[in-house]
Design a protein around this ligand. Structure first.
Ligand code: SAM
Length: 628
């Protein structure tokens, strides 16, 4: 890693360990131990053994610990078609400054600095990256410095000048004494709610599990987490009935289990009674957090997108070119889709698919917000994404020229490039001759789509929007794509997500469920191989630390398809992949990973490394001539 970036992260780490406000006496009384945030991640025993074999006990312990807290910085991708990183930095600094003077969110004693990287004495001692620091980068000028600073700066890695880092802080040690030395009233929140709060969210009504008696609106409460515990029958459960009254004493249910699971304090925006009566709304507004990350909700909409660094890297590794046709097979909510479209300068086509209707709506919403027009989003199951040309031919349809299927209609239900839509397929099955020439095809299709839209409108008027249309919009449903029809394919696969941070419980995944994810991903990868053209590129990525979904998928791909080869990645910031193999199920199953040379070509983001990112994996494949 280059010196400058190393210094940024080193500074971040130093802050992580030593900044604390307000401070607590470290001569740890039992009460200070109780009120710390020091969680231990629970794993299924077999999964833990497997990961220990993969990483070694010490390394896995570090990974496991890192997963329990958020990264020390937020990563923002700039929409370079609308603005520049410099302009975003200026706006963010002025917003954060304003927040300070306005007294909101951030402690009044905190200050912000646009930092210059420290080019001084540090040796290039870390090996996660070989990316040279771009000497032309303008890192901004030092404006303010102080004991407590927030940092806003450009990402230091070459090729990622569309990325801005905003420094967070923590863990902070907090006083949990109430007025006149009495214990503060408390709320216990669900684990999922707590993970969101650690990322900067507020506490919404459904997330509250239990609350002290007589909490009134405006009262300060201590916030702790109800994390799943192993029951006597071996199953995991929280075991707190929603609405439980907390007495604040050791006789409270789960009192002991919450030791080290306090994530901060907040002001109740509702009384206890209202919290458990209401169905929505903010129950508690956090005022003091163990980790502080600035919230970017609704900030600079369309100009920026909050995204994990490895996800941004994935879009760059795909190297999309202007004018190309790219498939994003599992695209929602559209983070990588929009990153790809911007790298293509909105020229060409990004076909973004997801199997969930509402998630496809999210992609469309994001694309509109970012002003991107080259994205066509569809509801489509990746496992059914290869169009059965034979089936169409069987019913007597002449496919004369695939180009005829090129876009002819704009608007919400337009026919996309090479895309077989529901209406088209229905006509094929009925034996209608689909292919017509030029304008007549355009007019017919437009008419048919308008009629179909009118029919849908009439149905909705009669029956209401329906479960799948709760957001009031429509999405296009695709019946699949023709083989060899994409220049590049991204498979950002659904996975066990065991790299996501912060994570306070991991016991839900078993060896069987991990194997299930791996099988599902292989089937999807097979579709990706069919859809990409010879000479094209496939990028495969996951947000898990599980080698079975990462290196083992690459092994499967290379062994099954001789025409695939691993390609070098740019930018390269993560570390190498895992080499070798692993025995599972008492030696009944052997999972094969990579060779030394293959391992150097994939990119693995280790959450315990100084990069301080989520756990992530990227493999890039060049596609040679496919056998007929
Ligand atoms: C890791 S997320 C994708 C994140 C996305 N690429 C981004 O960067 O914003 C995986 C997505 O796969 C979708 N998914 C799961 N199974 C699928 C399937 N069989 N076909 C298509 N999408 C699927 C999920 O709905 C989810 O949105």
């Amino acid at each position: 890693m280059r010196r400058a970036s190393y210094c940024f992260l080193r500074t971040a780490l130093r802050r992580r360990h030593f900044r604390s406000a307000p401070k607590m006496d470290d001569s740890s009384s039992s009460s200070s131990e109780r009120y710390r945030f020091n969680p231990t991640l629970a794993w299924d025993a077999e999964v833990e053994d497997y990961f220990i074999k993969a990483y070694g006990a010490d390394h896995f312990a570090r990974i496991s610990k890192s997963l329990t807290h958020p990264s020390s910085y937020s990563c923002i991708r700039v929409n370079t078609l609308k603005t520049t990183s410099d302009s975003v930095i200026k706006k963010l600094v002025s917003m954060l400054d304003h927040k300070i003077t306005g007294g909101a969110d951030i402690d009044a004693r905190e200050q912000i600095v646009v930092t210059d990287f420290d080019h001084s004495t540090e040796e290039q001692s870390l090996n996660e990256t070989s990316t040279p620091l771009d000497p032309s980068l303008d890192h901004g000028s030092v404006q303010v410095s102080g004991d407590n600073v927030e940092l806003v700066c450009k990402c230091p890695y070459l090729g990622l000048d569309n990325v801005v880092f905003v420094q967070g802080s923590g863990p902070h040690l907090l006083w949990y004494e109430g007025q006149s030395g009495k214990a503060m009233k408390e709320v216990i929140i669900s684990r999922k709610c707590a993970e969101a709060v650690l990322r900067g969210a507020q506490i919404y009504v459904p997330g509250v599990l239990a609350c002290s008696a007589h909490v009134e609106k405006g009262e300060l409460v201590a916030v702790s987490v109800g994390v799943e515990q192993r029951g006597s029958d071996g199953s995991w459960g929280v075991g707190i009935t929603r609405g439980t009254v907390l007495q604040g004493s050791e006789s409270d249910p789960h009192y002991c289990e919450r030791k080290g699971l306090y994530i901060g304090q907040g002001t109740a925006l509702m009384s206890r009674a209202s919290i458990f009566r209401a169905s929505k709304g903010i129950a508690v507004e956090m005022s003091h957090r163990v980790y502080r990350l600035p919230s970017f909700h609704d900030v600079l909409k369309g100009e920026i997108f909050l995204q994990n660094l490895p996800s941004i890297v994935t879009a760059h590794v795909l190297e999309p070119q202007e004018g190309e046709k790219i498939l994003d097979m599992c695209a929602a909510p559209g983070g990588k889709t929009t990153a790809i479209a911007i790298l293509m300068k909105d020229k060409g086509e990004v076909v973004a698919c997801d199997r969930s209707h509402n998630k496809v709506m999210d992609i469309m919403k994001l694309a509109t917000e970012m002003g991107l027009t080259c994205i066509n989003a569809y509801k489509l199951d990746a496992l059914k994404s290869v169009c059965q040309v034979k089936e169409i031919l069987d019913v007597g349809v002449e496919i004369l020229d695939l180009e005829v299927l090129n876009p002819v209609v704009t608007g919400t239900v337009g026919s996309p490039n090479g895309e077989m839509m529901n209406d088209d397929i229905t006509k094929c099955r009925n034996g209608t001759k689909l292919m017509q020439t030029g304008n007549s095809r355009k007019t017919d299709t437009k008419k048919q789509l308008n009629q179909s839209e009118d029919r849908m409108k009439a149905v909705h008027k009669r029956n209401g929007p329906g479960r799948n249309h709760c957001m009031g919009g429509r999405v296009r449903t695709s019946k699949g794509h023709f083989p060899n029809s994409f220049d590049r394919v991204l498979l950002d696969a659904p996975c066990s997500a065991l790299g996501l941070r912060p994570r306070l419980f991991a016991g839900e995944e078993t060896l069987e469920s991990l194997m299930h994810h791996a099988r599902y991903q292989r089937r999807m990868f097979d579709r990706a191989v069919q859809l990409v053209r010879p000479g094209g590129v496939i990028v495969y990525s996951t947000c898990t630390i599980n080698p079975g979904e990462n290196e083992a998928l690459v092994r499967y791909a290379l062994d099954k398809y001789e025409f695939l080869s691993l390609a070098a990645q740019n930018p390269r910031i993560g570390g190498p992949g895992l080499v070798g193999r692993c025995d599972l199920f008492d030696g009944k199953y052997v999972e094969e990973w990579l060779t030394e040379s293959e391992a150097k070509l994939v990119q693995r983001f280790d959450p315990s490394s100084t990069l301080d990112t989520i756990g992530f994996f990227i493999a890039k494949f060049n596609v040679g001539q496919k056998e007929i």
